[in-house]
Design a protein around this ligand. Structure first.
Ligand code: ADP
Length: 257
């Protein structure tokens, strides 16, 4: 696999490398589309380790992660889940949006996030010691569904944590150019639009313009969609369903590109 492109924003690469040396669990905090998944793909590649990613949602349970019995013909056989596989093989497991998962997931990972580094498989009645290369990584979006899906302090304190935010304008422009081959001038304009909208806190948007949205707009422009239309459909429309806000943001962005 080719090396994933990742532009370092702070000191996250060094912090991760050191966390990996001691296999301290790592938490990536930040809004959607700020490069958390890309960062972890990059780090796994850099460290030459297998990466197993699980996108957690409300239904994700410990069984999904640890494994289950399945019926095959006349037999019942045990199938390791992705967490068990990672623990045995020494892979990096990435639990994306961990706060979304069911509480039993948090319980299941506890013994993996302290000195024990072991996984208890209750359905088999066995405890598996983690491979020396195994590392647990999770992401969490603190602003999303405020107060609802929080991570308990007792869980958070088991991780080294790094915040991901939108990169400064110069870096974000470079990311757009590298990722989509768009010209620098247009990339700058897209970043200016994003910065402007991000500062309009009075709009009360749940989530603001992410780097991901800008990448989408840049891709549409690169393949020939008119710039303003690209910004409308890739940046403005995904942000909100409020017609007045949509109209205001379209007017604003039209003036800037
Ligand atoms: P998250 O996991 O935080 O939701 P992603 O890692 O999927 O976000 O990032 C969304 C997209 O934004 C990526 O596919 C990539 O194109 C781009 N991106 C964001 N930040 C960076 C960065 N620092 N370096 C390279 N690409 C980035």
């Amino acid at each position: 696999m080719n090396k994933p492109y990742y532009h370092q924003v702070g000191k996250e690469v060094q912090v991760f490398e050191h966390s990996y040396k001691s296999k301290i669990p790592f938490l990536l905090k930040g809004p959607t589309g700020t490069g958390k998944s890309r960062f972890i793909e990059f780090m796994a590649h850099q460290l030459d380790k297998k990466l197993i990613t699980i996108s957690c949602h409300e239904e994700t349970s410990s069984t999904d992660l640890i494994g289950r019995y399945i019926i095959k013909g006349a037999e019942t056989i045990w199938l390791d889940g992705p967490l068990t596989t990672a623990v045995k093989e020494g892979a990096i497991i990435y639990l994306d949006e961990i706060a979304e998962a069911r509480p039993d997931v948090i319980v299941a990972i506890h013994s993996l996030t302290d000195h024990r580094r072991e996984l208890f498989i209750d359905k088999l009645g066995v405890t598996v010691k983690a491979h020396k290369d195994f590392m647990l990584v999770a992401s969490f979006n603190p602003g999303y569904q405020r107060g609802f899906k929080e991570l308990k302090p007792s869980t958070r304190q088991r991780f080294v944590a790094t915040s991901f935010e939108y990169p400064e304008a110069k870096v974000e422009t470079e990311i757009l150019v590298n990722e989509t081959s768009i010209d620098k001038d247009t990339a700058k304009k897209l970043v200016n639009i994003a910065t402007k909208i991000r500062n309009l806190t009075e709009l009360g948007l749940t989530e603001t313009v992410s780097t991901r949205l800008l990448i989408d707009a840049a891709k549409l422009i690169h393949t020939g969609l008119p710039k303003r239309l690209a910004v409308h459909v890739a940046v403005v429309e995904p942000l909100t369903d409020d017609l007045d806000v949509i109209s205001a943001l379209k007017d604003l962005s039209d003036l800037m590109i």
